[in-house]
Design a protein around this ligand. Structure first.
Ligand SMILES: Nc1ncnc2c1ncn2[C@@H]1O[C@H](COP(=O)(O)OP(=O)(O)O)[C@@H](O)[C@H]1O
Ligand SMILES: [Mg+2]
Length: 254
């Protein structure tokens, strides 16, 4: 006899039911995993915000204390103007911390526009005061095509890297800036012959307040990493103590 027997049809029906059942279980499991992932991400975000805001409060306390003390002393000696520059410096420090923090915090808000990486590099170099003892070598590939970027942020990110490179070479050295096309990406390298990044802080330089130098805020590289990644880019570095550091930025061409 041709065709399916009763038992065969039944077992197919059973298999269908079993499949539907396991699909349902899979959906339930996936929903509970997704919820857990969201929970963990939220907890991590909250932990990060707690850490960052307590660092921010700590860093602001210094300049605010200076202002408070100076005002107290000025009240006791009316007409004494020696405290004005101190107050001015403290205000500048506090404003600097807040501006750097805002840049870090807003790092993910990206506004894409068509632009050319080489032009951005030139502008960033203009924005940083490079002392006489530092020799700048540029090697910018003219074949680099225009691409969609947040031009303002990329300019600031390059300036941050150039400034850090300059600060790592207090006794002079070489600053090398190069760009080239690699497959579907634009690569930019910013290298110095400075101190190198100390081993102890290598894992912290991209973390907000993870590592800061005297007079620095320790937010610039964290902000740069955040906004470059939001543009689909990447940032990394190679460093050798006493020899120097090279940062590489990879930006997708689109
Ligand atoms: N080119 C470099 N050479 C040596 N150290 C660097 C370099 N770039 C960054 N660093 C280290 O990374 C830390 C974080 O950099 P950044 O976020 O710009 O903060 P800062 O405000 O301290 O400059 C710096 O304090 C410095 O210790
Ligand atoms: Mg810096």
């Amino acid at each position: 006899m041709l065709g399916m027997g009763m038992t065969e049809a039944q077992s197919i029906e059973e298999l269908r039911c079993a499949l539907a059942e396991s699909e349902k279980r899979y959906a339930e499991l996936k929903a509970s995993i997704d919820a857990r992932v969201r929970e963990v991400a939220k907890a991590e975000f909250q932990a990060e915000m707690t850490r960052v805001s307590s660092e921010l409060a700590h860093d602001l306390r210094g300049p605010l204390q200076i202002i408070t003390n100076s005002l107290f002393l000025m009240e006791r000696k009316p007409g004494d103007t020696t405290y004005y520059p101190k107050i001015g410096d403290a205000l500048k420090q506090a404003t600097g911390i807040l501006d750097a923090f805002r840049e870090y915090y807003r790092g993910h808000e990206i506004m894409l526009m068509k632009g050319n990486v080489n032009k951005i590099i030139e502008k960033s170099l203009e924005d940083v005061a490079v002392p006489d003892g530092i020799v700048v070598s540029k090697s910018l590939d003219p074949a680099i095509p225009d691409t969609m970027l947040d031009l303002g942020k990329v300019k600031r990110d390059f300036a941050v890297l150039i400034k850090n490179a300059v600060e790592a070479m207090p006794n002079g050295g070489n600053l090398t800036v190069s760009s080239y096309v690699d497959g579907g990406n634009i690569l930019v390298r910013i290298g110095d012959t400075g101190s190198g990044i100390p081993e102890a802080i290598r894992s912290k330089v991209f973390i907000a307040f993870g590592a800061k130098k005297r007079g620095g805020y320790g937010l610039a590289l964290a902000a740069a990493k955040r906004n470059l990644e939001a543009m689909g880019g990447l940032i990394s570095f190679e460093t050798e103590t006493g020899k120097g550091t090279t940062f590489t930025i990879i930006l997708p061409i689109n």
